[in-house]
Design a protein around this ligand. Structure first.
Ligand code: DMJ
Length: 825
């Protein structure tokens, strides 16, 4: 995949980021050597050894604290250890790591240790600390941990003939915790508050009425399990009401959810919509609620969102946040590591093809950085370098292996294991990575590392369910990988409202069964290979021997659309791109991003033209990105007399200011219509036209100005808040065919606004355009010239050495000059 960024030269002249997907299947298609069964067992044992290292480090050095600080080798205790801010709201002085680890001990077959741990929890853990804790984290880690522990204890009693002493203490604690969490749901919408004091039941007032979608929508599994285990429907009912409310807040036109909303009025606070941070487990819980509870309503909702996500968020295998109400507008240009759970969820959904592709894309990022950085760019670079031992990528790897049986995923798991061992292991446990570029450690080992990472890796390397301490096939795993028995739906009838979805109206299909276990491994490899080659091409765009880019001279027949002709808001162009397998996303800042996927092109010929288009686009981008010296627009009119200058961007067409030498002098006039794409109602002959970006290509505006006798053109940006200081360098591009004979400059919105305001105030404005600042002394003569003749003058051939000093350059304001009195210019 190749990424190209460019400042587009045609309307709306935006940065373009192209991902070039080249089908380039080669000899490496079959992937790494299969892992022998003996090695698989060794790897499983290694997981066990690593788990013991982490668990013992916690129990020896930190317990009963909530978490281990692996560098300091001591416990992290809220109120004692210096606060890290909101992140510490996960801690409630309730031995979080021990509770979160309970069912891992059971699953890994450490049954003796599990029994000891359960007794410790009974004895030591209290749930009434006078602290404000996160409702979401307490629910998934503590409530989930207690319920998972209870479920495991029941299985050990039933199937392993042990723990006969266990009398449901963990469930009683879960009930106590559930009761302590319930006041959080006392909001006008029914969505839980984000924080609660477990001791007093009070919720944080005032500011904190906002909560994330995942925070409000990730209680249904734990709360339903609590209801089903205890027979008290209140927990499930409250969680269901929150889910129902969230569903009612979906954007009706796109079926997408935002990231943050207000629990009292339900208003969206952040409308970014993706599948990662802030939203992730809401989607996960819709599907898993259906699996655990058998209620079609949840499946219908999940399918509806899934469809929307595939339509708007998925750019091929890459998941890019968009705005829920403007779903074709990307909201971010990076992807967060939490989204790595998605391929696992896609496996559960049955969309294996997409799961394989997205997982492979993540694996390319992973191999490049050793871990998945907390956030990475669309070109796979680090956005946030932290790696806090997150398990999501291991989770998806396990689920893909389980679904496909492809040994490739064992190899992936082995790499995860090795990287953890070599980079995160410290004497006292495992430490998070502060930055994957330096591998410096952070003094944290979050409880999810024990709750999730070791479970997934152990499951991956375990040859069969019989080798596990718990029969995993009987459980649904929560978002924190806690075990909830599938038979819960039979345990007690609950008072659910009647579903309006009949069996036949809900899609339960596995959409791509070709890839399921013992299916066609070759097709899985081919699928992956497409993504793999894409990623390689990020670094080496030309290294795809099997699929050289067709050159325009090899192309037979007319071109449908050249890169230089693209107008991003032109629907016809968008349709052509789609045919060529190219999707386009307009980013918030006006940049556009293009992604090509060969297999979505209408025909092979369209795909080939698409490849050619993308390469052209890359070339244009390279040119546009080449470092440019700024150009200057000096205001000659009084009171500035050249002392105010604005920095402008060049064009790749028309005469350069080097060739004009001295610069161009003239009155400025705003084009009417403002876009400058058609003849101006205001006479522009001999003037410098000021036109606004948009509607047609830059080069067309310049040509239009030239044909009416203008001596130059300034094109002002239409992207909100762009400025010379704050925006990336930019060069307006042209095309090979159009010859332009007048010079052109581009002003970002801020600087363009200054020019427009000045013209509007005075009716016209005397300007001097050049590639350097002209000393004020020299400008005086031009000013006179303009006063004498109402015509532009090419003022070449003067030297700029010596005194007086050059004019002041305005960065974003009108330097220190007073604003001109109205009508004086
Ligand atoms: C876990 O606590 C859960 O998986 C949660 O849903 C998201 N983040 C962490 C692990 O990264």
């Amino acid at each position: 995949m190749v990424e190209v960024r460019r400042l587009y030269r045609f309307p709306p002249y935006v940065w373009v980021s192209c991902f070039l997907s080249v089908m380039c299947l080669s000899g490496q298609a079959l992937g790494p050597k299969a892992i022998a069964s003996t090695q698989r067992l060794e790897l499983r044992d290694k997981v066990l050894e690593m788990f013991n290292h982490a668990y013992n480090a916690y129990m020896t050095n930190a317990y009963p604290a909530d978490e281990l600080m692996p560098i300091a080798c001591k416990g992290r205790i809220r109120g004692v250890t210096p606060s890290r801010g909101d992140i510490d709201d996960t801690l409630g002085n309730f031995s979080l790591t021990l509770v979160d680890t309970l069912d891992t001990l059971a699953l890994l077959g450490l049954h003796d240790e599990f029994e000891v741990a359960v007794r410790r929890v009974e004895r030591d853990v209290s749930l009434n600390a006078d602290l404000l804790v996160s409702v979401f984290e307490t629910n998934i880690r503590m409530l989930g941990g207690l319920l998972g522990g209870h479920s495991a204890a029941l299985e050990l009693q039933e199937s392993h003939n042990r723990m006969k002493w266990y009398n449901g203490s963990l469930l009683r604690m879960a009930k106590e915790l559930g009761d302590r969490l319930l006041p959080a749901f006392n909001t006008s919408t029914g969505m839980p508050m984000s924080r609660i004091n477990l001791s007093t039941g009070s919720v944080r007032r005032l500011k904190d009425r906002d909560t994330c979608t995942a925070c409000a929508g990730t209680t249904i599994l734990e709360m339903s399990a609590l209801s089903r285990f205890t027979g008290d429907p209140v927990y499930e009912n409250r969680a269901r009401e929150a889910m129902d409310y969230l569903w009612s807040r979906r954007q009706r036109s796109s079926d997408l959810m935002g990231t943050v909303l207000n629990v009292e009025n339900g208003e969206w606070v952040r409308k970014e919509s993706g599948i990662g941070a802030g939203i992730d487990s809401y989607y996960e819980y819709l599907l898993k609620a259906y699996i655990l509870l058998g209620d079609d309503t949840y499946l219908h909702r999940f399918n509806t969102h899934y469809q929307a996500i595939k339509q708007y968020v998925a750019q091929g295998p890459m998941m890019i946040d968009v705005l829920m109400h403007k779903p074709t507008t990307a909201a971010r240009n990076f992807i967060d590591a939490l989204s790595a759970f998605w391929p696992g969820l896609q496996v559960l959904k049955g969309d294996l093809k997409s799961a394989i592709e997205t997982h492979e894309l993540l694996y390319q990022v992973f191999t490049r950085h050793t871990f998945l950085p907390e956030a990475f760019t669309t070109s796979f670079d680090v956005h946030w370098g932290q790696y806090p031992l997150r398990p999501e990528f291991a989770e998806s790897t396990y689920l893909l292996y389980k679904a496909t049986g492809d040994p490739y995923y064992l190899q992936v798991g082995k790499t995860i294991l090795e990287n953890l061992e070599s980079r995160a292991r410290v004497e006292c446990g495992f430490a998070g990575i502060k930055d994957v570029r330096t591998f410096t450690h952070e003094d944290r080992m979050d409880s999810y590392f024990l709750a999730e990472m070791f479970k997934y890796l152990y499951l991956l390397f375990s040859p069969s369910s019989e080798d596990l301490g718990i029969n995993i096939d009987n459980y649904v795993l929560t978002t924190e990988a806690h075990l909830l028995p599938l038979k819960l739906s039979l345990l007690s009838p609950h008072n659910k409202t009647k579903t309006k979805f009949t069996m036949s109206s809900v899609d339960r299909s596995c959409s791509n069964s070709d890839y399921v276990k013992s299916g066609n491994l070759k097709s899985i490899h081919e699928l992956r290979n497409t993504v793999k080659v894409d990623a390689i091409n990020v670094k080496q765009p030309t290294q795809c021997p099997n699929n050289p880019t067709p050159s325009p001279t090899q192309w037979v027949g007319p071109r449908t659309l050249k890169a230089s002709e693209l107008i991003p808001n032109n629907q016809q162009h968008i349709a052509i791109l789609k045919r060529m397998g190219i999707t386009m996303v307009v980013l918030k800042d006006g940049k556009i991003q293009l992604v090509q996927h060969h297999n979505t092109a209408s025909t092979p010929r369209d795909a080939t033209e698409g490849t050619m288009f993308m390469h052209e686009m890359m070339e244009l981008s390279k040119k546009a990105e080449a470092p440019q010296n700024p150009l200057y627009i000096q205001i000659l009119s009084r009171p500035y007399k050249g002392s105010l200058a604005l920095r402008a961007q060049p064009a790749q067409f028309g005469p350069t200011f080097d060739s004009i030498e001295g610069g161009v002098l003239g009155y400025a006039v705003i084009s009417d219509p403002v876009d400058g794409c058609t003849n101006s109602q205001h006479p522009v002959k001999g003037k410098i036209v000021v036109a606004e970006r948009g509607s047609c290509m830059f080069v067309q505006k310049a040509k239009m100005a030239e044909s009416q006798g203008a001596v130059g053109i300034i094109i002002t940006d239409n992207v909100a808040e762009s400025s010379f200081e704050g925006s990336s360098p930019f060069a307006m591009a042209g095309d090979d065919e159009t010859i332009v004979n007048i010079p052109a400059m581009f002003l970002f919105t801020k600087e363009g606004g200054i020019i427009r305001d000045l013209i509007r105030d005075a009716g016209h404005l005397r300007l001097f355009l050049s590639n350097h600042l002209k000393p004020l002394r020299k400008l005086e003569k031009y000013e006179i010239m303009l006063e004498e003749i109402d015509a532009p003058t090419d003022v070449s051939s003067d030297t700029d050495s010596g005194q007086p000093p050059p004019a002041k350059v305005s960065s974003d304001t009108i330097s220190e000059q007073p604003p001109p009195p109205k009508g004086e210019l």
